[in-house]
Design a protein around this ligand. Structure first.
Ligand code: FMN
Length: 151
């Protein structure tokens, strides 16, 4: 059984905003868990960057569905490969907003502060997603620790 990683970039279609994105995340978390898919979805003001990891036929089928989703356009495949190990094994669909707090990471990977995943090489894309998900995990951990110390 082949496990693959797929990464693509796309543009959010005009008229779609944060509420629509949260709906996508909700559905994705549920579906991906059932399908054994892990990954991350990062979105900025105008773009998506998504990584999907899982069984090859399952990932391919989902990608075909995602490509035809009318909430985004110009879907461009950045990376596709067999993998031995998942990077996002803990995340059915980690999602991260490429907002102010991530500007430093965006800058580090793309050399400018605008989140434009079309400019990433495949290596930059995976490293970027790993960095933003790790950053998010750190901030969740800090929040849990703060709550525990208040109890
Ligand atoms: C940027 C983007 C990323 C998406 N990612 C996923 C995903 O990881 N998993 C998923 O099931 N659907 C994802 N979707 C939604 C699918 O295109 C489709 O609407 C959904 O899988 C249908 O699910 P349902 O049959 O449960 O209604 C994504 C859509 C967009 C626009």
């Amino acid at each position: 059984m082949s496990i693959v990683r797929l990464i693509y970039a796309s543009k959010i279609k005009a008229g779609y905003g944060p509420n629509d994105i949260m709906k996508i995340v909700e559905v994705s978390e549920k579906n991906n868990q059932q399908k054994g898919i892990t990954g991350a979805l990062c979105f900025g003001p105008r773009h998506f960057l998504q990584c999907l990891e899982g069984q090859r036929d399952v990932v391919n089928r989902l990608y075909n569905t995602i490509v035809t989703d009318e909430r985004h356009t110009d879907v461009e495949l950045l990376y596709y490969s067999d993998i031995d190990e998942r990077v996002f094994s803990d995340w059915a669909m980690g999602y991260v907003l490429a907002e102010q707090s991530l500007h430093e990471i965006v800058f580090r990977f793309s050399g400018n502060s605008q989140f434009n995943p079309y400019e990433f090489t495949s290596k930059q894309a995976i490293r970027f997603l790993q960095a933003v998900v790790e950053e998010r995990q750190k901030s969740i951990k800090t929040k849990v620790e703060e709550t525990e110390s208040m109890a």
